[in-house]
Design a protein around this ligand. Structure first.
Ligand code: ATR
Length: 273
């Protein structure tokens, strides 16, 4: 057999990454001759590490925290969704030798919500908690699903206003205190509060009947936001493990031109929580 095509995920830290496992399962399922490793890269070494990777014949990279903005600046060409996100999680070596940057996070989220969890976002009232990089990364694909409205609520109001402005005010912006007496069909947690098991201050009755709660973060234990959703009698309250697998599947498709089946991989990761 020929030498495998080389791919990797880079980030700092990286040891916890599930991506090598996910891509190995995809490669096995679709019979692709490829390797996919995890490599720790600090932001200050980003450019030299990425240049070296491609000079040695590497075909594609995933970039995770805190490197997504650096990857965006590095990519010669960018897809519209990467341009809107101002962040890149997938670098692709093109036939002409240039590097294309894409962002598959938002499409991964939408695929997980709509296909895996059966949630139709069209004409729904969406609330996104947080106005950082994670929110910017998902806004364009979410707007494409034609929701009734998207509201961004953030601790620092200015950041939410700026984000809404950057997306031509197709979404609304507010602080958490302005959520009193409002209701939403789908609430997405894109704050980094989950990582420290914290929760933004959320009023009672924020979630409409049969509403959906989705935490972009994932954890072996239910996150504070997933627990909040359960306490609010959400129809579904889930974390972002499926989004992780779906954004990987989209990157895999960009690299290999083959779309892997994600259901078994999600089931396997869920079984090993
Ligand atoms: P990421 O790239 O993961 O989005 P980020 O750009 O640092 O990370 O953004 C983190 C987001 O989580 C921000 O919206 C932040 O709110 P501020 O803009 O007010 O800082 C939000 N966040 C973090 N911890 C939070 C907490 N304990 N409660 C509410 N919001 C929090």
């Amino acid at each position: 057999m020929n030498n495998p095509d080389n791919y990797a995920v880079i980030g700092f830290p990286i040891h916890h990454s599930k991506s090598p496992r996910i891509h190995a399962l995809f490669a096995e399922e679709t019979a692709q001759n490829m390797s996919y490793l995890a490599q720790e890269v600090r932001p200050e070494n980003f450019t030299s590490a990425v240049n070296e990777f491609f000079e040695k014949g590497g075909k594609g990279l995933n970039c995770t925290l805190p490197l997504k903005e650096l990857a965006w600046a590095f990519a010669t060409n960018k897809t519209p969704r990467a341009q809107a996100a101002k962040a890149v999680n997938t670098l692709i070596l093109q036939a002409n030798g240039q590097i294309l940057g894409d962002n598959t996070d938002g499409v991964g989220l939408v695929t997980d919500l709509t296909r895996n969890h059966g949630v139709n976002l069209e004409n729904k009232r969406l609330l996104i908690l947080g106005a950082g990089g994670a929110t910017r990364g998902i806004l364009l694909p979410l707007l494409d699903t034609k929701p009734k409205s998207i509201t961004i609520a953030n601790r620092t109001l200015e950041k939410a206003l700026q984000l809404a402005h950057d997306f031509d005010n197709h979404c609304e912006a507010c602080g958490f205190d302005a959520l009193e007496n409002q209701q939403f069909d789908v609430i997405l947690n894109a704050t980094s509060a989950s990582l420290s098991d914290e929760l933004p201050p959320l009023p009672e009755n924020l979630l409409a009947e049969n509403g959906i709660c989705y935490d972009l973060a994932y954890s072996n234990q239910p996150t504070a936001f997933v627990r909040w959703g359960i306490a609010q009698h959400a129809y579904k309250s889930v974390d972002g493990l499926g989004m992780l697998v779906e954004q990987a599947a989209e990157a895999f498709f960009l690299w290999r031109g083959v779309r892997p089946c994600t259901h078994d991989v999600i089931d396997l990761l869920n079984a090993h929580r």
